[in-house]
Design a protein around this ligand. Structure first.
Ligand code: GUN
Length: 292
């Protein structure tokens, strides 16, 4: 078994982006500027947004963090999005999800200018993705595809089972892996909570992606010998041995599955850093698309 090291792969991407920034500076061109909107104090969201801002600093991008209280009215958030759409100094921005119950996430997503939607969540970008037209790919699926590509994992003709049909991960990833491209050309099955015979289905997978958000859901008896296993789960579980009182757990029972598969992504250090790297790639692209 080999570890699919998202941290090391993302580090390479960050270095390439950093070199691109240096080149732009040398030529007197604008530096990419990412803004992130964070609502409330959810621990996971704070960690993710913090990591995104840190990645900008490392690469040499400009970044702006905009924070709101949990109780912020939807109109205030919408007004901020309109202002960010108009702000010429901002090349791309994200609104960290999930949002509090009283805010309509779809309304917020649709208010973002597709040209600045570096998360690739806007219907226009998702439509462009389906038709293979230029646009922004959602960061996590794009990060997984990039991880497979940069680690020379063969995908053509492989059976891929994805567990979880979210708009952010499972559904777009199923489309990217089925594309006539490399990576791509997989025969994809998108499994979900109503899927029958999930274990048998998973056992047919050459590439198995767990993106359902249930810690250690995928056990060794569900995995084919030699499969490639991608773990998208990042659930915080209590851990009294850690100073902070918790640790991240993936959707795959790592120790037992690792013994059976050919490649596996760890949690943390697998898909997470690749998601951030993809967001950075999209931010540079947002600026380049404007011809700046
Ligand atoms: N919540 C979980 N993943 C993501 C992501 O990639 N982008 C945003 N904006 N929110 C998320």
């Amino acid at each position: 078994m080999k570890i699919l090291d998202g941290r090391a792969t993302s580090e390479k991407i960050r270095k390439e982006l950093s070199e691109a920034v240096q080149e732009r500076k040398k030529n007197g061109k604008k530096i990419p500027h990412l803004a992130a909107v964070l609502v409330g104090n959810d621990g996971g969201s704070m960690t993710y947004v913090g990591a995104k801002v840190k990645a900008c600093d490392q690469i040499g991008f400009e970044s702006t963090l905009i924070r709101y209280d949990e109780s912020v009215p939807e109109e205030i958030l919408l007004a901020k999005i309109h202002a960010l759409n108009e702000d010429k100094s901002i090349d791309g921005f994200i609104v960290q999800l999930p949002l509090p119950q009283h805010i309509d996430e779809m309304k917020i997503t649709q208010a973002i200018d597709p040209k600045k939607d570096v998360d690739g969540f806007h219907p226009v970008n998702l439509g462009n993705m389906i038709l293979n037209l230029p646009g922004f790919l959602p960061a996590t699926p794009a990060g997984i595809v990039e991880l497979l590509k940069r680690n020379n994992i063969e995908t053509e003709g492989k059976n891929c089972v994805i567990i979880g049909r979210s708009n952010i991960v499972g559904t777009p990833l199923s489309l990217l892996l089925a594309r006539n491209s490399n990576p791509g050309n997989c025969t994809v099955t998108l499994a979900h909570s109503k899927t029958k015979n999930l274990k048998e289905l998973c056992l047919s997978a050459d590439i198995l992606v767990a993106a359902l958000g249930k810690p250690e859901f995928v056990t060794a008896d569900m995995v084919k010998e030699g499969a490639v296993v991608i773990d998208v789960g990042t659930t915080r579980v209590e851990d009294a041995t850690r100073a902070r009182g918790w640790r991240l757990k993936g959707d795959v029972k790592f120790d037992e599955v690792a013994e059976k598969c050919s490649y596996i992504t760890p949690v943390p250090g697998g898909v997470g850093p690749m998601t951030i790297a993809s967001l950075m790639i999209n931010t540079l692209k947002a600026m380049e698309l404007k011809g700046k």
